[in-house]
Design a protein around this ligand. Structure first.
Ligand code: SF4
Length: 394
């Protein structure tokens, strides 16, 4: 890996863009050079990224209509940018019952949702006795075992689960695979520096990048269509963003399982230790999106959350995204509760004015709907949902 901010003999940006457009692989130094491009170079970088996106994805931009199911907000980690996590007994701490999972799933299905996003804190049972007792009352030995039941309920109610439960073992992913359309874990950043004293992940053992890379590898070995991405604005350098994207690209080359890469920006909130920390600027987001596209190629699904940058819809399209991720007509974004989802019709209109057609997709992308990537138990449901989407519903 190249050292942050050092590019011994960086190629001129023009050369890198020419190679990317010719379909040649870029290396880590190229990625660093792109993400550190000057304001003068940025328009060419965006143009080339958009050209690659058009080549691989055309002018269709997708989203998944979802219900966000925060199974539990208890978490053993303490990331300093997080407003989601709670300790047992804190006001607002919860663990959803299976009855609540069923009710929310049913309402979501009635509102046209197809995805149940199971998003929860990391391994609370290792930190909290109260929670272990609660799990026992609920008939589960671990959070993952409880999520397995939650996925089963969501499926019965007519949604396709996508689980993002933090670090899981190979065995846990194997248990969840027959009940999930796909799974996810943000790499966030590859730099171990962020776990050092004073770093955002000092008190978050599950944010060790080596652990996260290992889980991403194991997901590839298990043939799980996988969502990952980077989080901007948590103390990393621009070069470390590029290095993280490069690491994701390397994983995808080995296993082919990275179905989408999210470029997410940190948003400050009053109740977090990073309340006063600067948010990444639009130029930084555009550079990261374009670098992801140029590095990962025309066929990768590159995503940015529209609710975290409501004024940058057009810029992100220009920078090479082809997906807006999950959007819910029903439940809020519990990770960024201050940021409402865009109204789908308004988003479709803005996309149309920029020359794009907004289209609903499933929690699994069409290129992964085959026997290699979908468990036989999930295939009938996925095929049925896929048929429902034929015709391109916004
Ligand atoms: S970001 Fe995730 S892992 Fe970190 S404290 Fe919040 S819930 Fe826990």
């Amino acid at each position: 890996m190249a050292e942050a901010g050092t590019s011994l003999h960086p190629a001129p940006v023009f050369d890198i863009l020419e190679r990317a457009r010719a379909g040649e692989p870029l290396d880590e130094l190229d990625a660093v050079r792109l993400i550190e491009c000057s304001d003068g170079e940025l328009p060419s970088v965006l143009r080339s990224a958009a050209e690659l996106r058009d080549r691989g994805k055309g002018r269709e931009v997708t989203y998944s209509r979802k219900v966000f199911l925060p199974v539990t907000n208890l978490c053993r980690d303490r990331c300093t940018y997080c407003t989601f996590r709670k300790d047992p007994g804190d006001p607002g701490a919860w663990t959803m019952t299976l009855k609540q999972i069923a009710q929310w799933s049913r309402r979501g299905r009635e509102m046209g949702c197809k995805e149940a996003l199971m998003c929860l804190g990391d391994k609370p049972e290792l930190a909290f006795r109260d929670y272990r007792d609660l799990l026992a009352e609920l008939g589960a030995r671990s959070t993952t075992e409880y999520v397995v039941s939650a996925c089963r309920v969501a499926l019965q109610e007519g949604l396709l689960p996508h689980t993002n439960a933090g670090i899981m073992t190979r065995e846990e992913m194997r248990e969840l695979r027959p009940l999930n359309a796909s799974m996810g874990l943000m790499l966030e950043n590859i730099s171990p520096r962020l776990r050092q004293r004073g770093g955002v992940h000092q008190w978050a053992p599950d944010k060790d990048p080596a652990l996260r890379m290992r889980m991403l590898e194991e997901a590839g070995e298990l043939r799980v269509p996988f969502t990952t991405g980077i989080l901007l604005g948590i103390g990393e350098s621009a070069a470390e963003r590029a290095q993280s994207l490069f690491a994701i690209g390397q994983l995808h080359q080995r296993f082919g399982h990275i179905q989408e890469v999210i470029i997410q920006n940190f948003r400050a909130k009053p109740d977090i230790p990073m309340a006063e920390a600067p948010e990444p600027g639009t130029g930084e987001m555009a550079r990261a999106i374009a670098t992801a596209r140029l590095l990962l190629g025309p066929t990768m699904n590159v995503q940015a959350p529209p609710n975290l940058s409501p004024h940058e819809i057009e810029l992100f399209l220009q920078a090479g995204i082809n997906d807006w991720g999950g959007i819910s007509p029903l439940s809020k974004d519990y990770v960024n509760p201050e940021a409402p989802w865009p109204h789908l019709e308004a988003l479709a209109n803005r996309c149309a004015r920029a020359g794009f057609h907004l289209k609903q997709r499933l929690a699994i992308y069409p290129e992964y709907i085959n026997a290699e990537w979908v468990d036989t138990a999930m295939m009938p449901a996925i095929t049925r949902f896929s048929d429902e989407l034929v015709g391109g519903l916004t």
